[in-house]
Design a protein around this ligand. Structure first.
Ligand SMILES: Cc1cc2nc3c(=O)[nH]c(=O)nc-3n(C[C@H](O)[C@H](O)[C@H](O)COP(=O)(O)OP(=O)(O)OC[C@H]3O[C@@H](n4cnc5c(N)ncnc54)[C@H](O)[C@@H]3O)c2cc1C
Length: 406
Protein backbone atom coordinates (compact mmCIF):
# COMPACT_ATOMS: atom_id res chain seq x y z
CA UNK A 1 0.00 0.00 0.00
CA UNK A 2 1.34 3.42 -0.97
CA UNK A 3 0.14 6.86 0.24
CA UNK A 4 0.58 10.40 -1.03
CA UNK A 5 0.53 13.20 1.55
CA UNK A 6 -0.14 16.67 0.12
CA UNK A 7 1.39 19.37 2.36
CA UNK A 8 4.35 19.35 4.74
CA UNK A 9 3.06 21.65 7.48
CA UNK A 10 2.99 20.48 11.10
CA UNK A 11 0.18 17.99 10.38
CA UNK A 12 1.50 16.46 7.15
CA UNK A 13 5.11 16.28 8.39
CA UNK A 14 4.04 14.63 11.64
CA UNK A 15 2.01 12.13 9.64
CA UNK A 16 5.06 11.39 7.45
CA UNK A 17 7.15 10.79 10.57
CA UNK A 18 4.43 8.52 11.94
CA UNK A 19 4.41 6.59 8.65
CA UNK A 20 8.19 6.22 8.79
CA UNK A 21 7.83 4.78 12.29
CA UNK A 22 5.02 2.48 11.13
CA UNK A 23 7.09 1.23 8.17
CA UNK A 24 4.58 2.52 5.61
CA UNK A 25 5.32 3.54 2.03
CA UNK A 26 4.50 7.20 1.28
CA UNK A 27 5.41 10.26 -0.75
CA UNK A 28 5.21 13.73 0.82
CA UNK A 29 4.54 16.55 -1.68
CA UNK A 30 5.11 20.17 -0.66
CA UNK A 31 4.70 23.29 -2.77
CA UNK A 32 7.41 25.31 -0.98
CA UNK A 33 11.09 24.93 -1.94
CA UNK A 34 12.07 24.08 1.66
CA UNK A 35 10.46 23.02 4.94
CA UNK A 36 9.51 26.00 7.06
CA UNK A 37 7.05 27.65 9.42
CA UNK A 38 6.18 31.27 10.18
CA UNK A 39 8.35 32.94 12.84
CA UNK A 40 5.73 32.84 15.58
CA UNK A 41 4.98 30.94 18.78
CA UNK A 42 2.77 27.92 19.25
CA UNK A 43 1.29 26.31 22.36
CA UNK A 44 1.53 22.53 22.58
CA UNK A 45 -0.69 20.75 25.06
CA UNK A 46 0.37 17.34 26.47
CA UNK A 47 -1.97 15.35 24.20
CA UNK A 48 0.23 16.58 21.31
CA UNK A 49 3.56 16.55 23.18
CA UNK A 50 2.92 12.89 24.06
CA UNK A 51 2.74 11.99 20.34
CA UNK A 52 5.76 14.10 19.42
CA UNK A 53 7.68 12.32 22.20
CA UNK A 54 6.64 8.91 20.84
CA UNK A 55 8.04 10.09 17.50
CA UNK A 56 11.40 10.84 19.13
CA UNK A 57 11.17 14.60 19.67
CA UNK A 58 11.07 14.59 23.48
CA UNK A 59 14.61 15.83 24.10
CA UNK A 60 14.51 18.37 21.28
CA UNK A 61 11.32 19.89 22.64
CA UNK A 62 12.67 20.00 26.16
CA UNK A 63 15.70 21.91 24.84
CA UNK A 64 13.88 24.51 22.71
CA UNK A 65 10.53 25.06 24.46
CA UNK A 66 9.45 27.12 27.44
CA UNK A 67 7.24 25.46 30.07
CA UNK A 68 4.66 27.81 31.63
CA UNK A 69 3.38 27.40 35.19
CA UNK A 70 -0.19 28.71 34.65
CA UNK A 71 -2.62 30.04 32.08
CA UNK A 72 -3.41 33.46 33.57
CA UNK A 73 -6.62 35.22 32.49
CA UNK A 74 -6.47 38.92 33.37
CA UNK A 75 -8.52 42.07 33.13
CA UNK A 76 -7.52 44.70 30.55
CA UNK A 77 -7.55 47.90 32.60
CA UNK A 78 -6.06 46.85 35.93
CA UNK A 79 -4.12 43.75 34.87
CA UNK A 80 -5.75 41.82 37.74
CA UNK A 81 -5.62 38.04 37.18
CA UNK A 82 -9.13 36.65 37.68
CA UNK A 83 -8.34 33.02 36.84
CA UNK A 84 -5.14 30.98 37.10
CA UNK A 85 -5.26 27.54 35.49
CA UNK A 86 -2.53 25.16 36.62
CA UNK A 87 0.03 23.84 34.12
CA UNK A 88 3.36 23.16 35.81
CA UNK A 89 4.07 20.77 37.46
CA UNK A 90 0.53 19.32 37.46
CA UNK A 91 0.30 18.58 33.72
CA UNK A 92 3.54 16.58 33.67
CA UNK A 93 2.60 14.77 36.88
CA UNK A 94 -0.90 13.81 35.72
CA UNK A 95 -0.47 13.31 31.96
CA UNK A 96 3.19 12.25 31.83
CA UNK A 97 4.11 15.03 29.38
CA UNK A 98 4.40 18.82 29.83
CA UNK A 99 2.57 21.78 28.35
CA UNK A 100 5.02 23.60 26.08
CA UNK A 101 5.46 26.88 24.26
CA UNK A 102 7.50 26.47 21.08
CA UNK A 103 8.88 28.66 18.31
CA UNK A 104 7.28 27.25 15.14
CA UNK A 105 10.51 27.05 13.10
CA UNK A 106 12.09 25.00 15.94
CA UNK A 107 9.12 22.63 15.92
CA UNK A 108 9.00 22.05 12.16
CA UNK A 109 12.78 21.62 12.11
CA UNK A 110 12.61 18.98 14.85
CA UNK A 111 9.93 17.06 12.92
CA UNK A 112 11.31 17.31 9.37
CA UNK A 113 14.97 16.67 10.33
CA UNK A 114 13.89 13.12 11.14
CA UNK A 115 12.07 12.42 7.86
CA UNK A 116 13.31 10.01 5.22
CA UNK A 117 14.23 12.60 2.52
CA UNK A 118 13.90 10.03 -0.25
CA UNK A 119 10.16 10.15 0.36
CA UNK A 120 9.87 13.96 0.15
CA UNK A 121 9.41 16.07 -2.98
CA UNK A 122 9.52 19.86 -2.62
CA UNK A 123 8.34 22.44 -5.21
CA UNK A 124 5.35 20.23 -6.04
CA UNK A 125 2.24 22.39 -6.02
CA UNK A 126 -0.74 20.08 -6.42
CA UNK A 127 -3.39 21.56 -8.71
CA UNK A 128 -5.73 18.60 -9.35
CA UNK A 129 -6.66 15.46 -7.41
CA UNK A 130 -8.98 12.57 -8.10
CA UNK A 131 -9.40 8.82 -8.00
CA UNK A 132 -10.31 5.99 -10.34
CA UNK A 133 -10.38 2.21 -10.37
CA UNK A 134 -6.61 1.93 -9.93
CA UNK A 135 -6.40 4.34 -7.00
CA UNK A 136 -5.95 8.05 -6.25
CA UNK A 137 -3.87 10.54 -8.27
CA UNK A 138 -2.55 14.09 -8.10
CA UNK A 139 -1.30 16.41 -10.85
CA UNK A 140 1.11 19.20 -9.94
CA UNK A 141 1.43 22.62 -11.55
CA UNK A 142 4.67 21.53 -13.25
CA UNK A 143 2.82 18.63 -14.91
CA UNK A 144 4.19 15.87 -12.64
CA UNK A 145 1.62 13.17 -11.88
CA UNK A 146 1.63 10.72 -8.97
CA UNK A 147 -0.61 7.76 -8.11
CA UNK A 148 -1.18 5.84 -4.89
CA UNK A 149 -3.71 3.71 -3.03
CA UNK A 150 -4.34 6.46 -0.49
CA UNK A 151 -4.26 10.26 -0.85
CA UNK A 152 -4.15 12.49 2.23
CA UNK A 153 -4.88 16.21 2.01
CA UNK A 154 -2.75 17.90 4.68
CA UNK A 155 -2.66 21.09 2.65
CA UNK A 156 -3.99 23.55 5.21
CA UNK A 157 -6.96 25.90 5.42
CA UNK A 158 -6.96 26.60 1.65
CA UNK A 159 -6.80 22.88 0.85
CA UNK A 160 -7.06 21.91 -2.80
CA UNK A 161 -7.98 18.36 -1.77
CA UNK A 162 -10.87 19.58 0.36
CA UNK A 163 -12.02 21.96 -2.35
CA UNK A 164 -11.95 19.38 -5.17
CA UNK A 165 -13.09 16.23 -3.35
CA UNK A 166 -15.11 17.33 -0.34
CA UNK A 167 -16.57 20.83 -0.23
CA UNK A 168 -15.95 23.76 -2.58
CA UNK A 169 -16.68 26.37 0.08
CA UNK A 170 -14.18 29.12 1.05
CA UNK A 171 -12.86 29.53 4.63
CA UNK A 172 -15.20 31.45 6.96
CA UNK A 173 -13.89 34.87 8.11
CA UNK A 174 -14.66 35.34 11.80
CA UNK A 175 -14.64 39.14 11.65
CA UNK A 176 -11.49 39.42 13.79
CA UNK A 177 -7.80 39.89 13.00
CA UNK A 178 -4.69 38.93 14.92
CA UNK A 179 -1.63 41.14 15.11
CA UNK A 180 1.45 39.31 16.27
CA UNK A 181 5.11 39.74 16.99
CA UNK A 182 8.16 38.14 18.55
CA UNK A 183 10.51 40.09 20.85
CA UNK A 184 13.92 39.20 22.25
CA UNK A 185 13.26 38.38 25.90
CA UNK A 186 16.18 40.58 27.00
CA UNK A 187 14.46 43.61 25.41
CA UNK A 188 11.56 43.28 27.86
CA UNK A 189 13.57 42.02 30.84
CA UNK A 190 12.67 45.17 32.79
CA UNK A 191 8.99 44.09 32.76
CA UNK A 192 9.97 41.05 34.85
CA UNK A 193 7.25 38.81 33.39
CA UNK A 194 7.15 35.27 34.91
CA UNK A 195 7.09 32.20 32.61
CA UNK A 196 3.31 31.76 32.32
CA UNK A 197 0.75 31.74 29.51
CA UNK A 198 -1.14 35.05 29.54
CA UNK A 199 -4.57 35.97 28.23
CA UNK A 200 -5.57 39.59 28.86
CA UNK A 201 -9.20 40.21 27.95
CA UNK A 202 -10.56 43.68 27.19
CA UNK A 203 -13.57 45.07 25.44
CA UNK A 204 -13.40 43.69 21.88
CA UNK A 205 -9.69 43.00 22.18
CA UNK A 206 -7.44 40.34 23.69
CA UNK A 207 -3.68 40.04 24.23
CA UNK A 208 -2.09 36.59 24.49
CA UNK A 209 1.63 36.29 25.25
CA UNK A 210 4.27 33.82 26.38
CA UNK A 211 7.97 32.94 26.23
CA UNK A 212 9.31 30.60 23.55
CA UNK A 213 12.76 29.29 22.51
CA UNK A 214 13.67 28.14 26.03
CA UNK A 215 12.87 31.64 27.32
CA UNK A 216 15.09 33.54 24.88
CA UNK A 217 12.17 34.95 22.87
CA UNK A 218 8.74 36.28 23.74
CA UNK A 219 5.67 35.81 21.51
CA UNK A 220 2.51 37.93 21.52
CA UNK A 221 -0.81 37.86 19.69
CA UNK A 222 -3.45 40.61 19.85
CA UNK A 223 -6.90 39.88 18.46
CA UNK A 224 -9.61 42.41 17.67
CA UNK A 225 -12.35 43.29 15.17
CA UNK A 226 -11.31 43.72 11.55
CA UNK A 227 -11.74 46.59 9.15
CA UNK A 228 -12.56 43.92 6.58
CA UNK A 229 -9.35 44.42 4.57
CA UNK A 230 -7.04 41.83 6.14
CA UNK A 231 -6.33 38.52 4.44
CA UNK A 232 -5.95 35.06 5.91
CA UNK A 233 -2.20 35.26 5.29
CA UNK A 234 0.78 35.05 7.64
CA UNK A 235 2.94 37.57 5.76
CA UNK A 236 1.00 40.90 5.87
CA UNK A 237 2.72 43.49 8.03
CA UNK A 238 1.08 46.15 10.21
CA UNK A 239 2.30 49.43 11.68
CA UNK A 240 3.12 49.75 15.38
CA UNK A 241 0.83 52.80 15.56
CA UNK A 242 -2.14 50.80 14.22
CA UNK A 243 -1.89 48.24 17.00
CA UNK A 244 -0.84 50.62 19.79
CA UNK A 245 -3.92 52.72 19.06
CA UNK A 246 -6.11 49.70 19.79
CA UNK A 247 -4.59 49.38 23.30
CA UNK A 248 -5.29 52.97 24.45
CA UNK A 249 -6.74 52.87 27.98
CA UNK A 250 -5.30 49.42 28.82
CA UNK A 251 -2.84 48.76 31.63
CA UNK A 252 0.63 49.35 30.30
CA UNK A 253 2.09 45.83 29.72
CA UNK A 254 0.72 45.17 26.19
CA UNK A 255 1.88 48.56 24.89
CA UNK A 256 5.33 48.15 26.43
CA UNK A 257 5.78 44.74 24.75
CA UNK A 258 4.47 46.03 21.41
CA UNK A 259 6.80 49.05 21.53
CA UNK A 260 9.79 46.68 21.63
CA UNK A 261 8.61 44.66 18.60
CA UNK A 262 10.59 45.25 15.40
CA UNK A 263 8.20 43.65 12.92
CA UNK A 264 4.43 43.25 13.39
CA UNK A 265 2.24 40.97 11.26
CA UNK A 266 -1.52 40.82 10.87
CA UNK A 267 -3.71 37.87 9.87
CA UNK A 268 -7.47 37.75 9.22
CA UNK A 269 -8.97 35.07 11.49
CA UNK A 270 -10.69 32.27 9.57
CA UNK A 271 -11.94 28.78 10.26
CA UNK A 272 -13.90 26.14 8.38
CA UNK A 273 -17.39 24.79 8.93
CA UNK A 274 -17.14 21.24 10.31
CA UNK A 275 -17.45 18.53 7.65
CA UNK A 276 -19.68 15.49 8.10
CA UNK A 277 -17.13 13.21 6.49
CA UNK A 278 -13.40 13.32 5.82
CA UNK A 279 -13.23 10.21 3.64
CA UNK A 280 -14.19 9.54 0.01
CA UNK A 281 -12.94 6.18 -1.20
CA UNK A 282 -9.14 6.29 -0.91
CA UNK A 283 -8.92 10.03 -0.18
CA UNK A 284 -8.99 11.73 3.21
CA UNK A 285 -8.15 14.99 4.98
CA UNK A 286 -6.23 15.89 8.12
CA UNK A 287 -5.02 18.96 10.04
CA UNK A 288 -6.38 22.35 8.99
CA UNK A 289 -7.55 20.90 5.68
CA UNK A 290 -10.03 18.83 7.70
CA UNK A 291 -10.80 21.09 10.67
CA UNK A 292 -9.28 24.61 10.53
CA UNK A 293 -10.27 26.27 13.81
CA UNK A 294 -9.89 29.69 15.43
CA UNK A 295 -6.87 29.81 17.74
CA UNK A 296 -8.62 30.53 21.07
CA UNK A 297 -7.97 27.08 22.53
CA UNK A 298 -4.49 26.91 20.97
CA UNK A 299 -5.34 23.49 19.56
CA UNK A 300 -5.35 23.49 15.75
CA UNK A 301 -1.88 22.00 15.40
CA UNK A 302 -2.51 19.73 18.40
CA UNK A 303 -5.54 18.24 16.66
CA UNK A 304 -3.49 17.79 13.48
CA UNK A 305 -0.83 15.95 15.48
CA UNK A 306 -3.50 13.69 17.00
CA UNK A 307 -4.81 13.01 13.45
CA UNK A 308 -1.29 12.10 12.33
CA UNK A 309 -0.76 9.40 14.94
CA UNK A 310 -4.21 7.88 14.54
CA UNK A 311 -4.08 7.91 10.74
CA UNK A 312 -0.60 6.35 10.54
CA UNK A 313 -1.59 3.61 12.98
CA UNK A 314 -4.95 2.92 11.28
CA UNK A 315 -3.15 2.52 7.94
CA UNK A 316 -0.54 0.26 9.55
CA UNK A 317 -3.09 -1.97 11.24
CA UNK A 318 -5.47 -1.95 8.26
CA UNK A 319 -2.92 -2.08 5.42
CA UNK A 320 -4.80 -4.89 3.68
CA UNK A 321 -7.93 -2.70 3.30
CA UNK A 322 -6.85 0.97 3.08
CA UNK A 323 -10.38 2.32 2.45
CA UNK A 324 -11.67 0.67 5.63
CA UNK A 325 -8.60 1.97 7.48
CA UNK A 326 -9.48 5.54 6.41
CA UNK A 327 -13.04 5.07 7.65
CA UNK A 328 -11.73 3.87 10.99
CA UNK A 329 -9.50 6.95 11.17
CA UNK A 330 -12.51 9.17 10.48
CA UNK A 331 -14.62 7.42 13.13
CA UNK A 332 -11.90 7.92 15.71
CA UNK A 333 -11.15 11.55 14.93
CA UNK A 334 -13.97 13.57 13.36
CA UNK A 335 -16.15 14.14 16.41
CA UNK A 336 -13.29 15.30 18.62
CA UNK A 337 -11.78 17.69 16.05
CA UNK A 338 -15.18 19.12 15.06
CA UNK A 339 -15.97 19.79 18.72
CA UNK A 340 -12.77 21.82 18.96
CA UNK A 341 -13.83 23.84 15.87
CA UNK A 342 -17.12 24.69 17.59
CA UNK A 343 -15.64 25.44 21.02
CA UNK A 344 -13.03 27.67 19.44
CA UNK A 345 -15.81 29.68 17.76
CA UNK A 346 -17.65 30.04 21.05
CA UNK A 347 -14.48 31.25 22.77
CA UNK A 348 -14.19 34.19 20.37
CA UNK A 349 -17.34 35.57 22.00
CA UNK A 350 -16.24 35.39 25.62
CA UNK A 351 -12.70 36.57 24.85
CA UNK A 352 -14.01 39.77 23.32
CA UNK A 353 -17.08 40.83 25.28
CA UNK A 354 -17.75 44.57 25.16
CA UNK A 355 -20.94 44.92 27.20
CA UNK A 356 -19.96 45.92 30.77
CA UNK A 357 -22.54 43.68 32.43
CA UNK A 358 -21.48 40.62 30.44
CA UNK A 359 -17.83 41.35 31.18
CA UNK A 360 -18.62 41.55 34.90
CA UNK A 361 -20.52 38.24 34.73
CA UNK A 362 -17.65 36.50 32.90
CA UNK A 363 -15.08 37.84 35.35
CA UNK A 364 -17.23 36.74 38.30
CA UNK A 365 -17.46 33.27 36.75
CA UNK A 366 -13.69 33.16 36.32
CA UNK A 367 -13.07 34.28 39.92
CA UNK A 368 -15.43 31.55 41.17
CA UNK A 369 -13.65 28.94 39.07
CA UNK A 370 -10.33 30.16 40.38
CA UNK A 371 -11.47 29.45 43.94
CA UNK A 372 -13.21 26.19 43.01
CA UNK A 373 -10.21 24.60 41.25
CA UNK A 374 -7.27 26.34 42.90
CA UNK A 375 -4.20 24.60 41.52
CA UNK A 376 -6.14 21.56 40.28
CA UNK A 377 -6.66 20.65 36.62
CA UNK A 378 -10.04 21.81 35.25
CA UNK A 379 -12.52 19.54 33.38
CA UNK A 380 -11.79 21.39 30.09
CA UNK A 381 -8.08 20.74 30.48
CA UNK A 382 -8.71 17.11 31.29
CA UNK A 383 -10.91 16.69 28.20
CA UNK A 384 -8.13 17.99 25.97
CA UNK A 385 -5.00 16.72 27.70
CA UNK A 386 -6.03 13.19 28.67
CA UNK A 387 -6.45 11.99 25.07
CA UNK A 388 -4.08 9.11 24.41
CA UNK A 389 -4.00 8.62 20.63
CA UNK A 390 -2.55 5.12 20.85
CA UNK A 391 -5.20 3.95 23.30
CA UNK A 392 -7.79 5.52 20.99
CA UNK A 393 -6.47 3.45 18.05
CA UNK A 394 -6.64 0.31 20.17
CA UNK A 395 -10.22 1.14 21.16
CA UNK A 396 -9.27 1.63 24.79
CA UNK A 397 -9.69 5.38 25.21
CA UNK A 398 -13.09 6.85 24.63
CA UNK A 399 -13.21 8.73 27.92
CA UNK A 400 -13.22 12.15 26.21
CA UNK A 401 -16.50 11.31 24.42
CA UNK A 402 -18.40 11.09 27.67
CA UNK A 403 -16.67 13.87 29.62
CA UNK A 404 -19.08 16.72 30.25
CA UNK A 405 -16.85 19.77 29.91
CA UNK A 406 -17.19 20.53 26.23
C1 LIG B 1 -2.91 33.15 15.09
C2 LIG B 1 -2.89 31.64 15.25
C3 LIG B 1 -2.37 31.08 16.40
C4 LIG B 1 -2.38 29.69 16.56
N1 LIG B 1 -1.89 29.14 17.71
C5 LIG B 1 -1.90 27.80 17.88
C6 LIG B 1 -1.40 27.21 19.07
O1 LIG B 1 -0.93 27.91 19.98
N2 LIG B 1 -1.46 25.85 19.19
C7 LIG B 1 -1.98 25.05 18.20
O2 LIG B 1 -2.01 23.82 18.37
N3 LIG B 1 -2.45 25.60 17.05
C8 LIG B 1 -2.41 26.93 16.86
N4 LIG B 1 -2.88 27.48 15.71
C9 LIG B 1 -3.35 26.60 14.63
C10 LIG B 1 -2.16 26.04 13.85
O3 LIG B 1 -1.32 27.08 13.41
C11 LIG B 1 -2.65 25.25 12.66
O4 LIG B 1 -3.72 24.40 13.06
C12 LIG B 1 -1.56 24.38 12.08
O5 LIG B 1 -0.41 25.13 11.79
C13 LIG B 1 -2.08 23.72 10.80
O6 LIG B 1 -1.11 22.85 10.30
P1 LIG B 1 -1.39 22.08 8.94
O7 LIG B 1 -0.15 21.31 8.67
O8 LIG B 1 -2.68 21.38 8.99
O9 LIG B 1 -1.57 23.22 7.85
P2 LIG B 1 -0.51 24.28 7.31
O10 LIG B 1 0.40 24.74 8.36
O11 LIG B 1 -1.29 25.31 6.58
O12 LIG B 1 0.37 23.45 6.27
C14 LIG B 1 -0.12 23.10 5.00
C15 LIG B 1 1.07 22.78 4.11
O13 LIG B 1 0.59 22.38 2.84
C16 LIG B 1 1.29 23.05 1.82
N5 LIG B 1 0.37 23.14 0.68
C17 LIG B 1 -0.77 23.87 0.62
N6 LIG B 1 -1.36 23.71 -0.59
C18 LIG B 1 -0.57 22.87 -1.29
C19 LIG B 1 -0.64 22.34 -2.60
N7 LIG B 1 -1.64 22.64 -3.43
N8 LIG B 1 0.34 21.49 -3.02
C20 LIG B 1 1.37 21.16 -2.18
N9 LIG B 1 1.51 21.68 -0.93
C21 LIG B 1 0.54 22.50 -0.48
C22 LIG B 1 1.64 24.39 2.44
O14 LIG B 1 2.75 25.00 1.77
C23 LIG B 1 1.97 23.98 3.86
O15 LIG B 1 3.32 23.60 4.00
C24 LIG B 1 -2.90 28.87 15.53
C25 LIG B 1 -3.42 29.45 14.37
C26 LIG B 1 -3.42 30.82 14.23
C27 LIG B 1 -4.00 31.42 12.98
Amino acid sequence: MKSIIVGAGIAGSTLALGMDKAGLDYLLLEQAPAFGEVGAGIQLSPNAVRILSWLGLGEDLQRVCAEPDFHKYSVWDTGETVLRVALKPQVQEIYGHPYYHAYRPDLIDAITRRLDRKRVKMKQKVKAVGQGLSGAWVICENGDKYEADVLIGADGIHSVVREQIFQPEPPRASGYVSWRGVVDAEDIADLDIPISAYIDMGPNLSFVYYYISAGRKFNWLATGPTDGKKLESWSQTASREEILGAFKGWYDRPARVIEKTKEIFVTGMCDRNPLESWVQGGITLMGDAAHAMLPYHASGAGQGIEDAWVLARCLQIGASDPKAALKRYEDLRIDRANRMVRHSREAEGWYHLADAEKVARRNARFRKKNVEFGDRITPEQHWLYSYDAEKAVLGADDEWRSLPAW
